[in-house]
Structure formats: structure tokens, C-alpha cells
Design a protein around this ligand. Structure first.
Ligand code: ASP
Length: 437
């Protein structure tokens, strides 16, 4: 058994959190590769090292002294080092780096130092070898991850050096410059490392016990999801559930690796297991896996008598495509169709789109309805089970929520309903209660 383990910013925010990380690592010898984020917030009003480093960069760019922020960063690192009794000469290393900074220092290189220094401390504390991400994570000239080279380099480092710590979030461009991924990118580094060494599991340790069945800002203390398939996860994330960096799933899914989301502050909780296929279905407590939704969609309805072929719909979709509007949902009637898309995406172009629809599709009428919300109820166990949509409609009907539109995918993995923005929260709560409460 081989595991790649990624710890997020809150898991490495202080000496105390470092101790929890060590306990997790020591509890399972299969955990051989650790990917580490930059120290994050210790309390809700604390700052992430990454944010402070971006701030340093902004100061440098405008020629404003950044000494105070640098001092905060330095003292956080010193505090962790001293709290754990480590030997790493952080003062010398940090001061040397700070002295090298100038207006020309690139934001990516500067910001990557959060992961770099946090990982140096972690490597010493765990007794693992430090492998610099700049030596293994390689980008192409276009700024995309060069998977072949990255996998080979990580594989090489792991086999030569045994147990390793790799800083997340950054890598190197072909010319040698440091480049970061987008925010939250350590999730991606962890996924790449897991795929590279052919891990059995990619564990992503954070500060929540897995993925929740619904948004906790809407539903009071929703249960967490024990097991979910990659296909279900995709449905939930498409509808707004934020779980992992969106590029972190593909490398592990492709390699057939299970992804386990765990809580550093509650290591006994098994968290959420994300797999291609759930083997022992009996264990599942709830009929659905989860639900997610988003507000602010627009429905454009085009009516035309005797719309005998699909040409009008094709033209309408082409117009939206020209304006780079992602179509979320289409419903067809005999003499009309409705196309739904995010209001924000079409905001600037809406009048143009309507004008083009009128001149190219020759409709009798074009209607625009805004302020709609979409909610997706996701669950592999809904497949081939009669009565699910009946329950869903009854639950919403009982709460007096009018359903504007409905979609069930052919794979029966999810049912999506469109409601008015103002009914959104009420509908999410009603559905949660019906299927998971
Ligand atoms: N430290 C980076 C961020 O705050 C990357 C990460 O933590 O994944 O976005």
C-alpha cells in the first residue's frame, strides 16, 4: 500500500498543527510522500502566508517598503521552528531571500516561498527528504503541466530518496523560472505526485471531515458524505459545491486512484472516499449522495410557430457559442425552446444576443427570464428507482416552491430543478429534509 498525503494550509498553520501532521504520518507507514501547503490561518482573522506574500509583491512593485509584512512572515516561521525545536536556520535563509528581493522579483517566485519554507520545516520535522517542487514539477512553454516529465521526476525522487516532502503549488518553466498554479494548487501537486508514483490512495488532509451533503450555510449541520463516485463529484462541483481544486481530480481519476478527504483536527473520522465505483453499497446511509445549487441563471425562451426542424435551435446555440456563453440546460417545447445560462456570463452581451436571435432565427417572440436558481440532487442510488422524482416534486410542492424547469440526465445520476432565486434556500432545505434529513 502506498499513499500520497497532502496537507492544506490550516493543517500546517502552527507548531501545534505540525504535531498533528506528524501523528498522522506516523500512524501509517504507507504514507510515504507528503505534499505541503504554505502555513495558513491559525484563527479566522489570521492571514495565510500566501496572501501576505502577494501583499509583499504588491509593495515591491509600487516601491513601498514591505519590511513589516516580511517581519510577520519571518516570525511565523521562527515560531514554528522554535515550537518544534528544529535546527533549520530560518533567519539566515529568510533574510538572505528577503535581501534578494527587488521590483523585478516575479510574483510567482515570491509567493512560492510560502510553500518552500513551510516544507523545509516539515521535512526536517518528519525526518523526510526535502524535494524542491521546482526540480520535479515541470511546466511546458505554454504554462501547462508537462505530465510526462513531472511524473518521471517525482518517481525518480521518490525512488532515490525514499520518504519525501514536496512543497505544493509551484513548479518550474522550461527556462528555469518558478511558476505557480492557481490558488489552492497544492491539491494539484498532490494529485500529480499520487499519479506519478502509482499510489493506492491520495489523501487530502484539510480542516473538515470530508465533503458535506449540502451547503452548511443553508442547511443546519448537514451530514458528510462517506463514499462518492468521481462522476457524482463532478455533478456536485459543476453545481457549485467547492471541494478541491478543479484540476486535482483528473490525474488521480485517470490513474484509478481513490481520493480520501480527511480532517487533520479529527484524524479518527474516515472522511470522504472518492472512487470510480462504490463496492459495498449497503453501507450507504442516505438515498442521495448530496445536493448543490447555484443562483442567478437566465432563461431565454424563443417561440416560433411551426418550428418543424432543429435549425432554429441550432442557430440559437451557435449564437450563444459565438458569445462564449456556456449553456447549462435546454428545454424543448413544440413551438418553443428555453436555453438556460449563467446570468453573469451573458451580462454584457445579452442585448446583442437577443438582437442576433431575432435577425437570424426569425422568432415570433423572445422572452428573457432572470433570477433563476438551479439545484441538482445527485445520487448513484437513484438509478432505476421509481418514485424519486415524485418525492422531489412533492417536497417542493409542500413548501410552495414552483418548479420552473426540470432535467434528469440519461444516466439517472442527478435530477436538476430550476426555481426562482428567492425560493433557492427554501428548496435546498426541503430537498435535504426529504432525502437526507
Ligand atoms: N498556498 C496556496 C494558496 O493559498 C496554495 C495552496 O494552499 O494550495 O492558494
Amino acid at each position: 500500500m502506498l499513499k500520497v498525503v497532502k496537507f492544506g494550509g490550516s493543517s500546517v498553520a502552527s507548531a501545534e498543527q505540525f504535531r498533528k501532521v506528524k501523528a498522522v504520518m506516523e500512524a501509517d507507514p504507507a504514507r510515504r510522500v507528503a505534499v505541503i501547503s504554505a502555513a495558513g490561518k491559525r484563527t479566522p482573522d489570521d492571514h495565510k502566508m500566501t496572501d501576505l506574500l502577494y501583499l509583499v509583491h504588491a509593495h515591491l512593485r509600487y516601491g513601498v517598503p514591505a519590511d513589516d509584512i516580511l517581519a510577520v512572515l519571518r516570525s511565523r516561521l521562527v515560531e514554528i521552528r522554535d515550537g518544534l525545536g528544529l535546527a533549520f536556520p530560518i533567519e539566515r535563509e529568510f533574510d538572505g531571500y528577503a535581501a534578494s528581493l527587488s521590483k523585478e522579483t516575479g510574483a510567482d517566485e515570491l509567493v512560492s516561498r510560502g510553500e518552500y519554507f513551510t516544507s523545509r520545516l516539515m521535512a526536517e520535522y518528519l525526518g523526510f527528504a526535502f524535494v524542491d517542487a521546482a526540480d520535479v514539477v515541470q511546466f511546458t512553454y505554454e504554462g501547462k503541466i508537462d505530465e510526462e516529465k513531472t511524473y518521471a521526476a517525482i518517481r525518480g525522487a521518490a525512488s532515490e530518496r525514499g520518504r519525501i516532502v514536496i512543497p505544493g503549488f509551484y513548479g518550474r518553466l522550461p527556462g528555469g523560472r518558478v511558476k505557480t498554479l492557481t490558488r489552492g494548487g497544492s491539491d494539484v501537486t498532490g494529485a500529480l505526485a499520487a499519479a506519478a508514483i502509482g499510489a493506492d490512495v491520495y489523501e487530502n488532509w484539510t480542516d473538515v471531515s470530508g465533503i458535506l451533503m449540502a451547503d452548511p450555510r443553508i442547511v443546519d449541520r448537514p451530514s458528510s458524505i462517506r463514499q462518492i463516485t468521481y462522476a457524482e463529484l463532478k455533478e456536485l462541483t459543476m453545481m457549485g459545491a467547492s471541494v478541491l481544486h478543479e484540476d486535482a481530480v483528473e490525474p488521480v481519476r485517470r490513474a484509478g486512484i481513490a481520493l480520501n478527504i480527511r480532517n487533520t483536527n479529527d484524524p479518527a473520522d474516515p472522511g470522504t472516499m472518492i472512487v470510480e465505483k462504490v463496492e459495498n453499497e449497503e453501507d450507504s446511509e442516505h438515498f442521495i449522495t448530496g445536493l448543490a445549487g447555484k443562483r442567478n441563471f437566465t432563461a431565454l425562451t424563443l417561440s416560433k410557430r411551426d418550428m418543424e426542424d432543429s435549425q432554429t435551435l441550432i442557430k440559437a446555440l451557435q449564437i450563444l457559442d459565438r458569445h462564449k456563453v456556456f449553456v447549462e440546460h435546454v428545454t424543448l417545447g413544440l413551438d418553443s425552446f428555453s436555453i438556460m445560462f449563467s446570468t453573469e456570463e451573458a451580462e454584457e452581451d445579452l442585448y446583442e444576443i437577443v438582437a442576433e436571435m431575432k435577425s437570424e432565427c426569425h422568432p415570433d417572440k423572445v422572452d428573457i427570464q432572470e433570477k433563476l436558481a438551479l439545484i441538482s440532487v445527485v445520487g448513484r442510488r437513484m438509478m432505476y428507482r421509481p418514485g424519486t422524482s415524485g418525492k422531489l416534486f412533492a417536497a417542493l410542492g409542500d413548501k410552495n416552491v414552483n418548479i420552473r424547469t426540470i432535467k434528469q440526465g440519461a444516466d439517472e445520476l442527478s435530477i436538476m430543478v430550476g426555481v426562482k432565486n428567492e425560493d433557492f434556500e427554501k428548496a435546498v432545505r426541503a430537498l435535504y429534509e426529504e432525502f437526507a434529513g
